[in-house]
Write a protein that binds this ligand. Structure first.
Ligand SMILES: [Zn+2]
Length: 485
């Protein structure tokens, strides 16, 4: 059987950039074997040491999860599509209702004029608009996803919107976080978001929570709202949001983005799958890059966030065809939507029949982040940008290797450095003179530390030093003419 395997963006670095690979195979497992024999490096990303598929990697044949078919033995027909979907750096009644019609708040004439395009739609109407006014939504984050979510929910007349954020607006946010403006740089995001939402719609309440969402405050915060919208960009918060939603019985409107790919769903554990039914465990740190490392197309969160806002409005209105038990994948580069069925996992640790998660846990630890500093090789030698400058000026025998990507090198570089991207550093280590002292650098110092660890593991004999803070520190301490990005 000739089948096509779709490779997600996050794994394309291991398939020579290929998005689709055709192989001959009769089962899903055989297709993955063919794929990983063509691209060996991919294997450890898909399988663990015991040769089982990793729990943060799901495999679909056409639109069905193989776990609900015959697993890796799931048979394939000619021209079937096998899709690898890894997790990426997103008690109410079955139908959410904001209360009996008589208990719903009324609309003023000003509000009637404002919402007239809703009121003349039978799917919304007066009752629907009053449900929206009675509803409350908590948004986690006012970044790329939170921006359109907040703006559209405010415009639609959702009566009470809570926003949780602790960041300040930075220039690099403005490429996608359209709730904030240039004049807001340096302001707390919740203040900037609150002002924008108030300007869009003065008839609604905006509640600001300037805090990091934690295991200590999540349950109390969630209890006070009807629906939670997850606009976070990291795994600990995503699992925290999921578990807190399951424990408080709130629907979790999920979205996530990476480069030009997005995911969206509604995790409503009262009658559907939760995020842990989809991905029971997070990927180990470093295996899946986040937006700060991988980048994101600026309009992508606009589309995914608008989908989240749409689903939120539909949940409030009691619409039937929501993303409950459906995972929507969007590829902006191909301009394609795909959809997969989700099923509640009876063994899910959060929402299954014998759920083991009865309270919130330490999510940093769960995602393997807490232990990370200790796991760093203690032998990592570091140097500051100022010290590197001194050594280069005093003609010490120091060579500098830049392990960033070529497009980053185009944006900014330290003069006299040699570019060997992280993914090629082991294969090209013969280009590094081991008799000289070698300083490795990247943007902020994380990738170059990985490069040093990889080179040491590969047996590179020379002395390797990490530039602390990367080229960003060089720009701050040594040469401000080097652009920061
Ligand atoms: Zn679950």
């Amino acid at each position: 059987m000739s089948v096509t395997i779709n490779i997600p963006t996050a794994l394309r670095q291991f398939t020579g950039g290929n998005a689709r690979i055709d192989v001959e195979a009769t089962t899903a497992g055989e297709a993955l074997d063919r794929l990983t024999s063509l691209h060996a490096e991919l294997r450890r990303h898909l399988y663990d040491d015991k040769n089982s598929l990793r729990s943060f990697v799901n495999v679909y044949v056409n639109d069905e999860d193989v776990r609900h078919q015959s697993g890796l033995a799931t048979p394939l027909n000619d021209s079937d599509t096998v899709m690898i979907v890894p997790s990426i750096a997103g008690g109410v009644a079955t139908e959410y209702t904001a209360g009996e019609a008589s208990a719903l708040p009324s609309l003023s004439n000003e509000e009637i004029a404002r919402y007239s395009r809703h009121l003349i739609m039978p799917e919304v109407g007066m009752e629907g608009q009053r449900k929206l006014k009675a509803a409350s939504v908590l948004m986690i984050g006012t970044g790329g996803l939170g921006a359109p979510v907040g703006m559209y929910l405010a415009a639609a007349g959702v009566g009470r919107i809570g926003i949780v954020d602790f960041d300040v607006v930075e220039a690099s946010n403005l490429q996608r976080q359209i709730i904030h403006g240039t004049a807001d740089i340096g302001r707390p995001k919740i203040e900037s978001a609150r002002d924008r939402l108030r300007d869009i719609n003065p008839h609604i309440e905006i509640e600001t929570h300037e805090t990091r969402l934690t295991s200590q405050n999540a349950l109390a915060l969630f209890a006070n709202y009807d629906i939670v919208v997850d606009g976070t960009d990291n795994f600990p918060t995503r699992y925290l949001v999921n578990d807190a939603c399951v424990l408080t019985g709130k629907p979790n409107v999920y979205g996530s983005i990476f480069r030009f790919e997005g995911q969206a769903s509604v995790f409503r554990a009262t009658d559907g799958a939760c995020y842990r039914c989809l991905y029971s465990e997070p990927p180990p740190p470093g295996l899946v890059p986040n937006c700060a490392e991988g980048g994101v197309l600026g309009v992508l969160p606009g589309i995914v966030g608008a989908i989240q806002a749409t689903e939120t409005v539909k949940l409030i209105l009691g619409a039937k065809d929501t993303l409950v038990n459906r995972l929507l994948l969007f590829d902006a580069w191909q301009m394609k939507f795909r959809e997969f069925k989700l099923r509640k996992d009876p063994n899910c640790p959060a929402c299954g029949e014998n759920a083991t998660i009865k309270e919130l846990i330490d999510y940093e630890e769960f995602c393997g982040l807490r232990g990370q500093p200790q796991e760093q090789p203690t032998a990592l030698e570091e140097i500051t940008a100022t010290e590197l400058k001194r050594r280069l000026d005093t003609n010490q025998d120091t060579q500098v290797i830049d392990v960033r990507e070529p497009f980053e090198y185009e944006i900014a570089r330290i003069a006299g450095t040699r570019l060997i991207p992280l993914g090629e550093v082991v294969a090209r280590m013969n280009e590094i003179d081991p008799s000289r002292e070698t300083v490795m650098h990247c943007k902020a110092g994380v990738r170059s530390a990985k490069a040093i660890a990889a080179l040491k593991q590969a047996g590179f004999p020379g002395r390797l030093i990490n530039l602390k803070g990367g080229i960003t520190a060089w720009s701050d301490e040594v040469d401000p003419s080097v652009a920061k990005y």
